[in-house]
Write a protein that binds this ligand. Structure first.
Ligand code: SOE
Length: 389
């Protein structure tokens, strides 16, 4: 069996998720398209890289990510850094002919997204963007219902991504609040996941009317660069300005004529990873909540009136990816499983020279949606979503 050699850049919490997926992918999807070999992990200092190499089981660590790009044995460049490094690394990797898997959002700006998209297109390398939530079996089942027309013509939808890790004003000013590093706040960090799922389910977005708000204007400056997502208090040290959106609310018209809303905030006390969508059609409705991610709720208008209501389909071996994962329903799908499915798709695309989705083109399209949303938040008007090219 072929082996693909991996160089991973950025040893934070996403490196843990990706490393678990490299180990778990062949265990679930056997025979695997290729065996992953975790060769090099890069972080900002040699000490941190060496520790990460031990923890995540890479052969070695490096403080210089360019070592990975220059290494002729590396097939895959895996980008898990904060957003400001995505473009530079991805463009260098594409020019070196490496296949790329990159954490979301694609970049900080539209211009960076464009350059990344053009670089992978020119190089002809496989490129994947990690919007992993659409890999949840229940989300894929929703796609199946929609493709079969089971709920009729789509009228409207609502999506949310609500968390509370930054609701405390004492939680630190990490890179996720500094525009020069992250590009945007709740929009880029979390709304993009819901945008990806709804584009996957319902097609392109045509127009946006948005509101963005920043509630907590200053936070204690974080010492050290590892982002603890609000679990570590910043203390009494100096405070810095929050430069990005805490909350965003988008009204959306899709190209197919459906209307919907998407809300995202990381300041909603009591909400943890509350990713939901509800879709209403002329013949029924679908509802998904990632906090109950094994389940999809469906309601059919054709059910007799005295039986009509949401029923819960509990996903398992009969559903997308189910056979590869666990042998009976309710053993539970977790974050790692979504990453395993994602990685399998990526490896399959690299080995079998197939396209993969979501890719940098999707990431660029989502940046175009972001551009329309931020423009609308300024203008107060509906703004058209731009197109590639
Ligand atoms: C923080 O909001 C975060 O880590 C996001 O960056 C991830 O994309 C999300 O899946 C979990 O929460």
């Amino acid at each position: 069996m072929k082996t693909l050699h991996v160089g991973l850049i950025g040893a934070g919490f996403m490196a843990k998720a990706h490393s678990l997926a490299y180990d778990g992918m062949p265990m679930c999807f056997w025979p695997a398209p290729a065996m992953p070999h975790k060769k090099v992990i890069a972080d900002l200092s040699q000490e941190r890289a060496d520790t990460a190499a031990m923890q995540f089981r890479f052969d070695k660590g490096t403080a210089n990510w360019q070592d990975i790009i220059r290494d002729p044995e590396i097939d895959i460049v895996d980008i898990c850094t904060p957003n400001d490094a995505h473009a530079e690394i991805a463009i260098a990797a594409a020019e070196a002919g490496k296949h790329i898997i990159c954490e979301k959002p694609i970049s900080r700006t539209l211009n960076e997204a464009k350059k990344m998209y053009e670089a992978v297109k020119k190089a002809g390398v496989v490129n994947m963007l990690c919007f992993n939530y659409r890999m949840t079996p229940a989300v894929q089942l929703a796609k199946k219902y929609l493709a079969e027309g089971s709920i009729g013509d789509i009228l409207d939808f609502r999506g949310t991504y609500l968390q509370d890790w930054s609701a405390d004003p004492a939680s630190p000013l990490s890179w996720r609040f500094q525009k020069a590093i992250c590009g945007s706040g709740a929009f880029g960090d979390i709304a993009t996941h819901v945008v990806d799922m709804l584009r996957f389910l319902l097609g392109d977005f045509a127009e946006i009317n948005a509101r963005m708000a920043t509630y907590i204007k200053e936070r204690p400056v974080q010492s050290g660069s590892i982002d603890k997502l609000g679990t570590v208090k910043g203390g009494d040290g100096p405070r810095g300005k929050v430069e990005v959106d805490d909350q965003c609310c988008l009204c959306v018209k899709t190209a197919s004529g459906a209307f919907g809303t998407i809300e995202a905030t990381r300041n909603a006390w009591g909400r943890n990873n509350y990713i939901t969508f509800e879709i209403h059609g002329t013949q029924g409705s679908l509802y998904f909540n990632y906090e109950r991610r094994d389940e999809l709720q469906v309601c059919f208008a054709s059910d007799p009136g005295d039986r009509r209501g949401f029923r819960t389909v509990y996903t398992g071996p009969a559903h997308p990816y189910g056979e590869a994962l666990w042998p009976i329903p309710a053993l539970g799908i977790g974050y790692t499983e979504t990453k395993i499915v994602e990685l399998h798709k990526f490896f399959d695309a690299v080995v079998n020279k197939k396209p993969v989705s979501p890719d940098f083109e999707d990431g660029y399209n989502i940046e175009l949606i972001g551009e329309a949303a931020f423009k609308s938040a300024e203008s107060g008007r509906w703004e058209k979503v731009g197109t590639i090219g």
